[in-house]
Structures are given as structure tokens and as C-alpha cells.
Write a protein that binds this ligand. Sequence first.
Ligand code: NDP
Length: 286
Amino acid sequence: MKVTVIGLGSMGSVLAAVLLRGGYEVTVWNRTPEKADALVAQGATRADTVASALAASPVAIVCVFDTATAVELLEPVEAGKTVINLTTGSPEDARSLAAWAAERGVAYLDGAIMAVPEAIGTPAAFVIYSGSRQVFDEHRAALDAFGGSHFLGTDAGVAEFHDLGLLSAGYATLGGFLYSVALVETAGVKAGDFLPLATTWLTGMVAFLADIAREIDAGDYSNGASSVAINQVALGTILRDSAAAGVPADMLVPFKDLLDRRADDGHAHSSASGIIEVLRHRIATA
Ligand code: NDP
């Protein structure tokens, strides 16, 4: 029931508070010590040094600004300890930290938090993990206090790859929504009035992703509901008409380019999901 939390920024302080509420004996350390005051008032123990914080508990949760900081702070960790690193980093960062931990005899679990601090401890939050399955299983109860917990594989980099993918999908959706609002505003429509239809539309799009994923995994693009050719026409229209309305759809140009490439490769009448093959080719030849 003893846990150390290293890093008490917006996220780390909430993680520590949730653990305290869950009955854990929490030791905390932060570069700026005053940030621990509120947690100490709630029952946390403030460590004077990062080394004593790491020594105080069998498991340390690290949530700091970046991986370089996490690596520096973890230097004093002793063999036999467990580190759960919830600092966002690259997949390679996670893999090299896992290798570093293994050399030290330290068990390592990498995690990426898919929530804002305010959502931690609510059903809206989830955290994705990869690395040591044993650490995940042993500390599952503590991890579940943060939100949904998902173990994705023993390759420590896998959670960070998911983080990149999920954030990319999120940014593309956000960018698409902002662009569409800019477009309907030219007809005097407010964002809030556009929202209900946008929500219904995007919900349908999300349901359609199941078909897309099935086609991709089967490598069979022959029976899709939406062909490359039909999407070339649709996107061509969007690009032309939105430019005419004074709202250039720049962010859709790369997608149109992928469709054109797929059509040029002789697949105009197969499912648009097949543009994954163009992306794979780009990755393979990069
Ligand atoms: P903050 O900027 O609020 O906190 C950063 C933390 O890192 C502080 O504890 C800070 O200490 C510490 N720190 C920075 N540099 C150093 C250093 N050189 N030596 C020691 N400690 C240092 O960031 P967040 O808490 O928001 O983010 C922490 C991690 O959580 C990041 O990896 C972020 O990507 C991830 N995350 C954050 C989300 C969010 O919405 N906030 C959402 C999902 C993930 P000090 O207080 O002394 O400055």
C-alpha cells in the first residue's frame, strides 16, 4: 500500500491525491517542494530528496515534464524497485528506459495518460500501459484508481505508439471540426447550432471505422461501401467550393493526395480504406 509519486505538476499532484483518497500511504517529491503542501495536508509524506522518495516505497510513479527529466530523477533508483513512468515520451524513450531499468534490476511499466487532470479518477479517464505485465497485474488496483487501465503489450514502446495514434486521430477530428465551423459560419451559422448535426455525423463516422478496420486487417478492399473514386469526387468538390467560400480546406489536401495516389495505382474502384497501402508504402520507402 506504499507508493511514491515523483513530480507534482498539474497531473502528478492529482495522481497523488487520488492515491491518498484510495487509502495508499503516499510519499511525494517535487523539485519545487511547496507544491507538496496541499498533499501533505491530506496525509502524504514529503521526501527531502528524490533518492529518499524512491527508497520510501516499493513502487514509484513518475509524472514529470519530459523523459529526460524522468531519466535524471530516476538515477538513484535501487535494484528490486518498481517504476511506473506516466511521463509522456516517444516509443523509443519508453524502450530505452525499459532497457535501462532492466540493466538495473528495476521492474518497469510505461504508461500514457489519456485524460486531463480534472478527469483523473472518473470514468472519462483511461491510461494505456506497456512493459512489465507483472507490474501491471500487481499494481492494478492502484492504477484503476486513475481511470480505466489498459495493458497493451510487453514492448514498452507500444503504449506510446497508441498515444501518438490516439492523439493524431483526436487532432484530425478537432481540426476537421474547426474547419467545418469556419465554413458554416460564412453562411451565418453559429458553432453551437452546427454542433448537433456535426455530432450525429461524426458518431456515424465512428461506427463506420469498424468496417474500415475489418477491411484493413483482411487486406481486402474489394467490397467497401465507399470507393476511392467517389471520395475523389467528394473531396474535389469540397476543395473547390470551400475555396470559393473563402475558407480553403488546406488540411484536406493531403487526404485528397492519398486518394489520387491510390487511384493512380489502379485502385479507383476499390474501398477508400485501401489508402492505408499508400501510407504503408511511404513508411517502407521513407
Ligand atoms: P506540469 O508542467 O504541470 O508539471 C511538470 C512537472 O515536472 C512538475 O512537477 C515540475 O516540477 C517537473 N519538472 C520539470 N522540469 C524538471 C526538472 N528539470 N527537474 C525536476 N522536475 C522537473 O506538467 P503536467 O503535470 O501537466 O504533465 C506531466 C506529464 O503528464 C507530462 O509528460 C504530460 O505530457 C503528461 N500528461 C499531462 C496531461 C495534462 O493535461 N496536464 C494529460 C496527459 C498527460 P516543478 O513543479 O518544480 O516545476
